[in-house]
Write a protein that binds this ligand. Structure first.
Ligand code: ZN
Length: 460
């Protein structure tokens, strides 16, 4: 393998730079970056290089549900009625179908320019709650799918114990998700032993939500994680729904984000997924904490969650990243676009999330999502810089969205102009080209297996 690449333009931590020569080692880590360089015999990239985008929130199996719940079955259709349908779907998942769905999903992610993913994995057991011979069976299928596709992975096995605030007993249809902290830590240990962390793979945990864990169980989980890795990422769903905020206030007198920040040492290892319903004080406190707000705009729109106060939060220097969550869309461009458009529609202004230092809103959101996504992943990704993983996408400057443009408007057009196929042409992870001319190396085989899995799950 030739571990060098020359690009006429590349997005480095200080923005677009010209004549950039990259080198990386056998583990796929960047070892040298030279600007104003010459090709020196290095192969030339077919277009400008952008760092690969980390996807900080995914439930892989939900990819197979996308588009199946867009009808109204009750007088009011909400997140909670969607969740009932999703639970019914989750009962049918098998190790084989999960592996096939995840592999296809990760190929879709790579083709869009997501080069790593944080998998918030909560289907652990047999239908009804019985254990697989290997407790980590389903999680391992997801990790294997990531390895096969070439995407980087942060696996976050989920602790789910209760059905509501105050340790309410779980529902019958939550049996596949349930663990004690001790059981979940054991599952994580056996998974790590089978598939050890390396330069493409990391582990953390995900307490599902404040509905699904108690204060003592969350403390036990974090203490157990700290004995293995004190910096491992911790992700939690929080304040996605107003009903959840109301239930939190009824239980403890505090709102979910307020409660968590008051009682736990929430810092840069944390990712608060959604955090949609935060008041002014919570918005400021979350920004101060150094945690990442994990935004999944297309899913939040699809589920009717609400609007995260992105203007105030970014103004307070809060950290963000984006994810595809339920996979109603698998495209970081759509997440950034909707993040800005929600604020435009709300405030009746344009370029709301731009800043004085970065007046081009797409550039600002792209840079912010790279930083926050990398932080949330607990891996050295998210930048073309020495020591980071050699993950990038190559733009097609012949694409109608950016043809005739220069670097100043490449990202603006890639994010905001929607004209047919993506302008992302090639994608590399760990220095290896996994997507070439918009085709993933395994896409035919993986798509066949995905269609077989769908046929089995949907009974067709
Ligand atoms: Zn989620």
């Amino acid at each position: 393998m030739n571990n060098t690449l020359f690009a006429e333009y590349a997005w480095l931590p200080d923005g677009w730079r010209r004549n950039v020569r990259l080198e990386w080692d056998r583990a796929g880590t960047l070892t040298q970056i030279e600007v104003d360089s010459s090709a020196l015999g290095a192969p030339c990239a077919v277009g400008p290089l952008l760092p690969g985008m980390p996807n900080l929130h995914s439930h892989a199996f939900q990819r197979a549900m996308a588009g199946l719940t867009e009808y109204r079955a009750n007088a009011t259709d909400t997140f909670w009625s969607w969740r009932d349908l999703m639970y019914r779907f989750a009962t049918r998942i098998t190790p084989e179908t999960l592996g096939a769905i995840a592999r296809w999903l990760y190929i879709e992610m790579l083709k869009s320019g997501y080069t790593s993913v944080c998998e918030f994995h909560y289907v652990h057991h047999l239908p009804g709650g019985g254990r697989y011979a290997r407790p980590h069976e389903l999680a391992a299928r997801v990790v294997d799918a990531a390895t096969a596709s070439g995407i980087g992975m942060t696996m976050l096995p989920v602790l789910y114990q209760y059905s509501g605030f105050g340790s309410q007993p779980p529902r019958d249809d939550q049996g596949r998700f349930l663990n004690t902290p001790e059981g979940l830590l054991g599952l994580l240990a056996s998974l790590r032993a089978a598939l050890p962390a390396d330069s493409s793979r990391a582990y953390g945990v995900a307490p599902h939500s404040l509905r699904a864990v108690s204060e003592p169980s969350l403390r036990e989980l974090l203490a157990g994680l700290d004995t293995v890795d004190r910096s491992a990422p911790v992700h939690i769903h929080i304040a996605e729904q107003t009903a959840e905020v109301d239930a939190s206030v009824a239980f403890s007198g505090a709102r979910p984000v307020e409660w968590l920040l008051d009682r736990f040492d929430v810092d840069s290892r944390w990712c608060l997924v959604h955090a949609t319903h935060v008041n002014r004080a919570e918005t400021a406190a979350l920004a101060r904490s150094g945690a990442v707000a994990g935004l999944s705009l297309t899913t939040e729109a699809n589920l009717g969650d609400g609007l995260f106060p992105a203007y105030d939060y970014l103004g307070a220097r809060g950290r963000i990243g984006v994810g595809s969550d339920s996979h109603i869309a698998v495209d970081w461009r759509a997440e950034l676009r909707l993040l800005e458009y929600g604020q435009r529609l709300l405030r009746r202004e344009r370029n709301v999330l731009a800043s004085a230092e970065m007046p081009r809103v797409a550039d600002r959101l792209f840079a912010a999502a790279l930083d926050g996504g990398a932080q949330a992943s607990g891996r050295s990704v998210g930048a073309l810089a020495v020591g980071r993983r050699a993950d990038w996408m190559v733009l097609d400057t012949d694409h109608p969205a950016i043809a005739g443009h220069g670097p100043d408007t490449w990202l603006s057009s890639v994010v905001f102009a929607e004209h047919g196929e993506s302008a992302v042409r090639d994608v590399y992870t760990g220095g290896e080209r996994v997507v070439q001319d918009r085709v993933h190396r395994d896409e035919d085989v993986a798509y066949g297996a995905y269609k077989d899995a769908l046929a089995e799950l949907l009974g067709q």
